[in-house]
Design a protein around this ligand. Structure first.
Ligand code: SIN
Length: 315
């Protein structure tokens, strides 16, 4: 059977499959669908310093090829997370990336410092890119200066690997990727949701209370893949692909463009058990193609020599 193990930023994972933040609770709430050892790593819902009730309803709206959300980072805060969630994850020997969010550079730094001593948290994923707070302004993921500043403060506050989760809602994601690398990130997650909206033309009302929200699901896969590929080419640190992944074939597209791991998100809402079966599906597909290790796929995209002549192509 094909080898599924990967290492990313020093983390040794049984396979490259991670849950995408916010789509699978903090992890083990979903253990009836996916056992602790079925995923390479579990990424928590964003944790903030203080509890947050999230945005008013409605905050989910289905679309043709995915859905819009405007949850607003609902969570019980860092104290409850450390007290109630991390011990359970440790008991299950799960590899945990804790996703942290804040409204200021200080918020991020404080959360990183707080988690630094928590052995059950193996790495941080810094949510620079939630589109559902601060009116969709995305201050930390659209400005290279701000992105670098947040990551530099987090870097200074922790010994753990730091992943920066970037937004696709920018004109040059490569520039943001270089900024977080300069700030000391050990890796990048590409990408969070696309800003979108839906309206009911009959009632003239928006589908979401916040009017606009984050669009995710199979419809965004081409956008996410391009963003991930652009990040891979922009930086030396590893990239985790995220966006629209629903099956083993999708995962392999992200690995071929150079991602070392992937996150599976919105597809869990229609089949919560799929993420736990994904590594076995990937292994069977590799066997069918005579590929010995999942790592053999990483960064194997054949890029035409003429690419260099395409105006605007990532260098
Ligand atoms: C949310 O809680 O609003 C979604 C989280 C995110 O997009 O980062």
């Amino acid at each position: 059977m094909a080898s599924m193990a990967v290492t990313i930023a020093g983390l040794e994972l049984a396979n490259p499959v991670m849950s995408a933040s916010g789509t699978y609770g903090h992890g083990l709430e979903m253990r009836n669908f996916a056992g602790p050892s079925s995923l390479g790593a579990w990424v928590s819902k964003t944790v903030t310093r203080k509890p947050r009730p999230g945005n008013p309803l409605p905050r989910i709206a289905e679309t043709e090829a995915g859905f819009l959300n405007s949850i607003g980072l609902e969570n019980r805060g860092i104290d409850a997370y450390v007290r109630d969630v991390l011990p359970e994850m440790a008991a299950a020997h799960a590899v945990v990336l804790t996703n942290i969010g804040g409204e200021s550079v200080e918020d991020f730094a404080e959360l990183a410092a707080r988690l630094d001593g928590e052995r059950a948290c193996h790495a941080l994923e810094v949510n620079l890119s939630c589109p559902n707070v601060q009116g969709g302004k995305l201050p930390f993921s659209t400005s290279p200066t701000m992105a670098e500043a947040v990551i530099a403060r987090v870097r200074a506050a922790t010994q753990k690997p730091v992943f920066a989760k970037l937004s696709p809602n920018v004109s040059d994601i490569g520039e943001i990727a270089r900024a977080v690398e300069a700030g000391g990130a050990d890796g990048i997650t590409a990408v969070n949701t696309l800003l979108g909206m839906r309206v009911d033309w009959r009632t003239r009302k928006p589908a979401l209370n916040t009017i606009q929200g984050g669009y995710s699901g199979v419809g965004i896969k081409p956008v996410a893949l391009r963003c991930a590929w652009t990040c891979v080419r922009a930086v030396k640190i590893p990239v985790i692909g995220c966006g629209g992944i629903a099956c083993a074939e999708d995962v392999f597209e992200f690995l071929v463009v150079g991602c070392r791991a992937i996150q599976f998100g919105t597809a869990s809402f229609t089949d919560p058990g799929r993420i736990g079966r994904l590594a076995a599906e990937m292994s069977a597909l590799l066997d069918a193609h005579g590929i010995a290790s999942v790592t053999d796929l990483i960064g194997t995209l054949h890029v035409p020599n003429t690419l260099a002549k395409v105006p605007g192509a990532p260098s």
